[in-house]
Write a protein that binds this ligand. Structure first.
Ligand SMILES: [Zn+2]
Length: 72
């Protein structure tokens, strides 16, 4: 399933959007973007990487695949 990460979802005033077939692919794109555009090395900051992973959304709509209570 396609995944999407937006800087806006992470609270950044940025229009960047990364998409990929898997979470790892999206994170890799987000890491590269964050380093180039925001000067943040997500690969060195595990906390931020986890935060980014949490901000990743399934890129499909209409699917009820997020059970309540999973977060945390
Ligand atoms: Zn950005």
């Amino acid at each position: 399933m396609a995944k999407t990460f937006r800087c806006q979802d992470a609270g950044l005033p940025c229009g960047f959007k990364a998409t990929g077939e898997g979470e790892d692919e999206v994170v890799a794109k987000a890491v590269a973007h964050a380093r180039q555009k925001h000067g943040v090395d997500l690969s060195q900051a595990k906390t931020l990487e986890r935060y980014a992973r949490r901000a990743i959304r399934d890129d499909s709509r209409g699917r009820a695949e997020s059970p309540v209570g999973t977060w945390g």
